[in-house]
Design a protein around this ligand. Structure first.
Ligand code: NAG
Ligand code: NAG
Ligand code: NAG
Ligand code: NAG
Ligand code: NAG
Length: 358
């Protein structure tokens, strides 16, 4: 399906149902899915100025994206363009930096997100219409019953200047960092006692799309700050570099049950001399990932060491699992396979935009 149509479908779904923020091939809170491809290295980076081989570990999932001397260029030339790339690997807790320059124009959304198969999500979203701010947002298991998660942060000329947008993600807390400074913190417990906390293996997705497309929902266009005028295209975002620290390096990640709890995730190596299955039980898995997460949070560059407490204190699996069984997330109705943003953050964003800018 052309991405234009995908957006149309996505937008319709806002009115129609909006039960799921975006598309997933297999939702591991509903059934057993194939393991996610992992990242065996503790650190990973891509310099997108280095030519087309920069995309070796990325899928270009919509449009065309090219390596240029400024980095990967994501270009909207006309209505329907929504160039997007997606990492071929998932990570399980870690630190991720995106060095990018957002698009200018009206209603163009430049996004860098982490997203999981059960629709946990961590977002940076820059709206071209508002040239001195950027939004942060998150979702847990596609829960969108209220729209209070988006926040707006000031940033100096993000459409003219490269800035480093990062997330530091552990089982205890999530931090968004702008040029090395924490601008927002979400503690596990603050996300509805953890049930809304992003905590499952995530892939990385970066792209631009026209929130101001005239065919979009009114609320979406309003959130995007007005209608996109394609006569002044092209609109371009540049992604210079992505740096990753993966706190649980492994060949693959498996959901051990249907809870979507981080403690149920099993990180496994399937190849190589040190081939091992880190965990055969939930208990082993959670303690091993916890340990790694703790070690790593002190070691990642630019990130203040975060003192983590014991997993028993922080994570209450019993209560979390109970609330989750209520939160049945239906992703089946949404066909926007290569969406970058999502209908729910659009709706949420519209509310925020109305407060912030009107
Ligand atoms: C990347 O693309 C390949 C080829 O289409 C596909 O098999 C693979 O599942 C994709 N990887 C991810 C993580 O989506
Ligand atoms: C966007 O920025 C480019 C320079 O990167 C400039 O040539 C173009 O006119 C700008 N477009 C709009 C719509 O502001
Ligand atoms: C997988 O192997 C890598 C080394 O290649 C190691 O760092 C990592 O801890 C292993 N992961 C697991 C889950 O055993
Ligand atoms: C965990 O959840 C159970 C059941 O809701 C509750 O009784 C218990 O106090 C909780 N424990 C902690 C440490 O929050
Ligand atoms: C979904 O999130 C809202 C707050 O955003 C919360 O009130 C509600 O309890 C959550 N639902 C579940 C099942 O966690």
């Amino acid at each position: 399906m052309p991405s234009y149509l995908q957006w149309a479908v996505a937008t319709l779904s806002v009115a129609a149902q909006c039960t799921a923020q975006t598309y997933t091939n297999c939702n591991p809170t509903k059934k057993t899915c194939n393991p996610d491809p992992g990242l065996r290295d503790y650190t990973f980076s891509t310099d997108f100025t280095s030519g087309q081989s920069a995309f070796d570990h990325w899928n270009i999932t919509a449009g065309s994206v090219e390596s240029t001397e400024l980095g990967a260029a994501f270009t909207i030339n006309k209505q329907g363009d929504a160039p997007t790339i997606q990492s071929k690997f998932y990570i399980f807790f870690g630190y991720v930096e995106f060095k990018l320059r957002a698009s200018n124009g009206t209603g163009i959304i430049s996004t860098a997100v982490l997203q999981s198969d059960d629709l946990d999500e961590i977002d940076w979203e820059q709206i071209s219409t508002f040239p001195n701010s950027i939004q942060t947002n998150y979702f847990g298991k596609g829960n969108s019953t209220t729209y209070d998660r988006a926040q707006t942060t000031s940033v100096t000329t993000p459409e003219d200047t490269f800035h480093t947008y990062a997330v530091h993600w552990t089982s205890d807390k999530l931090e968004w960092l702008l040029d090395g400074s924490v601008v927002r913190t979400l503690n596990y417990a603050d996300a509805v006692g953890g049930s809304n906390y992003p905590q499952t293996p995530m892939y990385l997705k970066i792209g631009i799309w026209a929130g101001g497309d005239p065919t979009n929902e009114k609320g979406t266009i309003q959130w995007a700050g007005g209608k996109t005028d394609y006569s002044v295209a092209p609109f371009k975002m540049w992604l210079q570099e992505v740096k990753v620290v993966n706190y649980n390096p492994a060949d693959q990640y498996k959901y051990g049950d249907l809870t979507g709890d981080w403690g149920s995730i099993k990180a496994e190596n399937t190849t190589g001399s040190s081939s091992s299955s880190s965990s055969t039980t939930t208990t082993t898995s959670s303690s091993s990932s916890k340990t790694r997460s703790d070690e790593a949070s002190g070691g990642s560059e630019g990130v203040t060491s975060s003192k983590t407490t014991s997993s028993k204190e922080t994570v209450n699996d019993t209560s979390a699992a109970e609330s989750r069984s209520v939160a049945a997330v239906s992703a089946t109705g949404v066909s926007a396979a290569s969406m970058v943003g999502n209908c729910l953050s659009l709706v949420g964003g519209a509310v925020v935009a109305a407060i912030m800018y009107i």
